[in-house]
Ligand binder design. Structure first.
Ligand code: PA5
Length: 428
């Protein structure tokens, strides 16, 4: 269950202002849910309500086959073909990268061009029996393409003709060279639906295969997404938390706050924040418009950026993403026999200190002139992940409409790709 609290921004957004957004939101709502508008780009919107049983069975079978043959998997991808899976694994399986010789490890590659990273990974793989999953919708992205072929060749050298049983591809089922290449080589493959863009694809095989490999219950994730889907059908601002969030950040933007910092207090939400950053940055930053999505990891960053937030230029607002966790067991309690400086901590749980810090920091920053929104998510965690994904996707799409940009394309990303390809061709 996701709740959006706006009291921390009340000084900057008035109730009448929010009410006045109703007409614009209504238009955005109608456009969003009209299957004919932006046709071919909104497969993600109807996805949680559809029956994908056949796909889930294929995902689970593929994960089972990989786990039976290997003790580690390298998942190759970048952007929307990487961040969602990473977000899920960090949130739901905080130690999914191998930490001991017998753990099944999921490790990512192809999300940068670091030679050192790949060299170290290849060294580590020597002690493992690895498999490889290549995720690229277009099949032509440079970074994952480079890593994939290095790792594929490594497996071929190591396992000979048996290598092909360790290599799987997730790509567009109709277009792209990777699809053809996988067919020729005999690799197992799963589809990325053509009408779902990269950053909206985490609930397809793109995110679900890595999740299943890490032992996450993908049906529970979908259940959460389905629940959020039903809520997001509501046209009204107060009945639809995603619209409330979209409206508030839009009003703050219009009121002179072009930077939105997503604040997390739990390290395991760090990659959810990075996924959020790509979703909003790539969807909305167009035609000179869009909020800059920044990340703040508290309380760590309070000791590096806290000063700037409290007293620097008044450009940003904060959106705190908070997991309301079940409090069972004793947790981690600070002992009673502490020194004088730690007296106020004595006997308290760390979780209580964190709750107190969230409230205190929001209050201090408000007093310093920083509006804050609070997104609270509660419930069983795989479901919560599914809810968060769909909540943010809807808020992002509707926010894009409010900004009058196309939230489903990314023409600006092509500029660097073109230059890099030209350069590589010139050298070649
Ligand atoms: O959201 C997007 O469309 C992008 O971030 C892509 O996911 C990213 O560029 C990777 O593309 P591909 O999956 O085609 O390799």
């Amino acid at each position: 269950m996701i709740r959006v609290r706006t009291d921390g921004a009340a000084e900057w957004i008035s109730q009448p202002e929010l009410e006045r957004m109703a007409d614009q939101l209504d238009a955005a709502h109608r456009r969003l849910w009209d299957p004919g508008a932006d046709a071919g780009k909104k497969g993600w919107l109807f996805w949680p309500a559809e029956n994908h049983e056949e796909l889930w069975r294929a995902v689970e079978e593929t994960a089972g086959r990989i786990r039976a043959a290997a003790d580690a998997v390298v998942v190759v991808g970048i952007g929307g073909s990487y961040l969602g899976a990473r977000a899920a694994l960090t949130m739901l399986r905080p130690s999914s990268e191998w930490s001991g010789p017998r753990d099944f490890g999921v490790v990512f590659a192809g999300h940068q061009l670091s030679e050192g990273y790949l060299e170290r990974l290849l060294e580590d793989l020597e002690a493992r029996e690895p498999a490889l999953v290549m995720i690229s919708k277009s099949g032509s992205t440079l970074e994952p393409g480079a890593a994939f072929h290095v790792l594929r060749r490594y497996l071929e050298r190591r396992y000979g003709p048996g290598a092909k049983r360790r290599i799987y591809v997730v790509t567009d089922p109709e277009r792209g060279a990777l699809r053809e290449y996988a067919r020729e080589k005999g690799y197992g493959h799963l589809p990325v639906p053509p009408d779902i863009g990269g950053r909206y694809s985490v609930l397809t095989a793109v995110g679900m295969l890595p999740m299943a490999l890490a032992g996450i219950d993908i049906r529970a994730v979908m259940e959460g997404a389905r629940r959020e889907w039903a809520l997001c059908r509501n046209p009204g601002l107060w009945e639809n938390p995603a619209y409330l969030y979209a409206a508030c950040r839009h009003l703050l933007y219009l009121g002179g706050r072009p930077v939105e910092a997503l604040v997390t207090y739990e390290p395991r939400l760090g990659d959810v924040a990075r996924w959020w950053q790509q979703l909003f940055g790539e969807s909305q930053g167009k035609g000179g418009r869009g909020l800059f999505p920044a990340l703040l990891h508290y309380t760590t960053d309070l000791h590096s950026l806290g000063q700037l937030v409290q007293e620097g230029p008044r450009l940003l607002f904060e959106t705190v993403l908070h997991l309301v966790e079940r409090r069972d067991g004793t947790g981690v309690t600070i002992p009673g026999d502490v020194d004088e400086a730690s007296r106020r901590l004595a006997g308290k749980r760390l979780a209580d200190l964190q709750e107190a810090a969230i409230v205190a920091v929001m209050e201090a920053h408000r007093e310093g002139g920083v509006p804050n929104l609070l997104i609270e998510a509660a419930g069983p965690e795989p479901e919560v992940f599914g809810e968060l994904v769909f909540f943010f996707e809807v808020a992002c799409a509707v926010g894009g409409y409010l900004l009058a940009v196309d939230p489903f394309d990314q023409p600006g990303v092509e500029a660097y790709k073109r230059k890099l390809k030209e350069r590589l061709d010139r050298r070649g």
